[in-house]
Design a binder for this molecule. Structure first.
Ligand SMILES: [Zn+2]
Length: 424
């Protein structure tokens, strides 16, 4: 959208429409009067916009639940967003796993597939798997209903060109034009973003109260990433390169990291580092319960270690406490540096959640400054390791609900972005 292609009044109408849609989404089911209060739009303006959105089937009306004592008369009508009006395809490429979901416009998951992959694989076979999984979940969706495809990627990307530049955890992937390849196969527009930023995007989408707060999101998956939300804005850094907390050095004499440095946080807490520590433990003659499971052909994974730790195995519990401790040190540093209200951990750690969170909290208490750590809540994300996948769907859904980029689109005479538009 630009000044040359769109008139002021049309832009204002689009902005107001999105304000209304967003307000209904966040409060639904809700009344027109509440929408007017939240958006600051006049009730008459809300009525016009709501009628238009009802005609377009973007909104629908439902009867309000009957209140005790009101047996007669028609119940008042409330508004909700009609998520069924469109579909979104979301893909999460993690170095050792592919997840694919078909969602409605409200990012409710309708179909889901996942499969493991080898992070040392070449890109082509992995992309073929992604295409196959996408076709499966799309088989009952007419092409015109699909609003777009969002994909969550590890490592560093060029978002504009849709290219995965590199990923320390996927050493064979260099300059892969993944958006273009998927667009060619799936015949729909593809938008890419980094998994750690998408985790934050979903956190914001699903918890509107985070709009007023500073929140750190730590992604503890194959690698480790960090995102910072501040008053509804995602901090991305230069070219979106922020968040590589996994490559912050925590031991200058530590083990070599796949990034070329030494003693990075990932050399202690990444999935491969956790498995490596377990193997060493078994070599030393401890970890008998784990060794027995491996002998019975169970695959070694952090989840297996977490499970044994939860069930009381002291050796695996030791590994889990150490992992939590290192994450806690990194989080304590970030609390000192950034002063967040809340820290959300995303990852499949729920089986050992209590052990890990206790170790994290111990390090925060030990290392973060008292005033900085005061009232900081540390919790596991409800969606565990699916945050980036759902964030990839939000990447597409936000085109419908979020405001267009006012900074570039609004002529200067409007002054502060948004202010004059809301008063229309
Ligand atoms: Zn590193």
């Amino acid at each position: 959208m630009s000044r040359s292609t769109i008139g002021n009044s049309e832009l204002i109408s689009q902005v107001n429409k999105r304000l209304v849609l967003q307000a209904v989404r966040v409060m639904q089911p809700t009344f027109r009067a509440a929408v007017a209060r939240r958006t600051g739009l006049k009730p008459a303006t809300v009525t016009v916009i709501v009628n238009e959105l009802l005609d377009q089937r973007m909104l629908r009306e439902i009867e309000a639940p009957a209140e005790p004592g009101t047996r007669f008369g028609r119940p008042p009508l409330m508004l909700e967003v009609n998520g069924d009006v469109g579909r979104i395809l979301a893909i999460d490429l993690e170095p050792d796993r592919i997840r694919v979901a078909l969602t409605d416009l409200l990012v409710n998951v309708l179909e889901y597939r996942e499969r493991p992959i080898d992070r040392f694989d070449q890109p082509e076979p992995v992309i073929s798997h992604i295409v196959k999984m996408c076709r499966e979940v799309l088989k009952n969706t007419p092409a015109k209903q699909l609003h777009g495809i969002g994909i969550s990627l590890p490592g560093q990307i060029d978002q504009e060109r849709g290219v995965l530049l590199s990923s320390t955890n996927m050493p064979k992937w260099h300059d892969v034009p993944i958006a273009q390849k998927l667009e060619k196969e799936l015949r729909a527009p593809v938008t890419i973003d980094r998994s750690l930023h998408l985790a934050a995007l979903y956190e914001l989408w699903s918890n509107p109260e985070q709009m007023d707060r500073s929140v750190l999101i730590i992604s503890l998956r194959t690698g480790v990433g960090l995102s910072l939300l501040h008053r509804g804005q995602l901090y991305r850094g230069k070219k979106g390169l922020s968040g590589e907390i996994g490559h912050c050095v925590v031991d200058i004499n530590g083990r070599p990291c796949e990034c070329g440095s030494r003693g990075c946080l990932e050399t202690f807490v990444s999935a491969s580092a956790i498995c490596e520590r377990a193997r060493e433990m078994i070599k030393r003659g401890s970890g008998k319960a784990l060794a027995e499971l491996l002998r019975r052909k169970e695959a070694l994974s952090p989840e297996l270690i977490y499970r044994l730790a939860r069930d009381g195995d002291p050796d695996c519990a030791g590994i889990v406490r150490d992992v939590g401790g290192y994450i806690g040190i990194a989080i304590a540093n970030m609390i000192n540096l950034l002063g967040p209200d809340e820290v959300v951990i995303c990852g499949a750690i729920d089986t050992a959640e209590n052990l890990i969170l206790a170790a994290v909290q111990d390090e925060i208490n030990r290392r973060a400054l008292p005033r900085s750590r005061e009232n900081v809540v540390v919790r596991l994300a409800k969606e565990k390791d699916k945050l980036p996948l759902l964030g990839a769907a939000v990447l597409i859904a936000q085109d419908t609900f979020e405001l267009p980029s006012l900074r570039h689109a609004v002529p200067d005479e409007f002054g502060e972005p948004g202010a004059a538009l809301v008063a229309t």
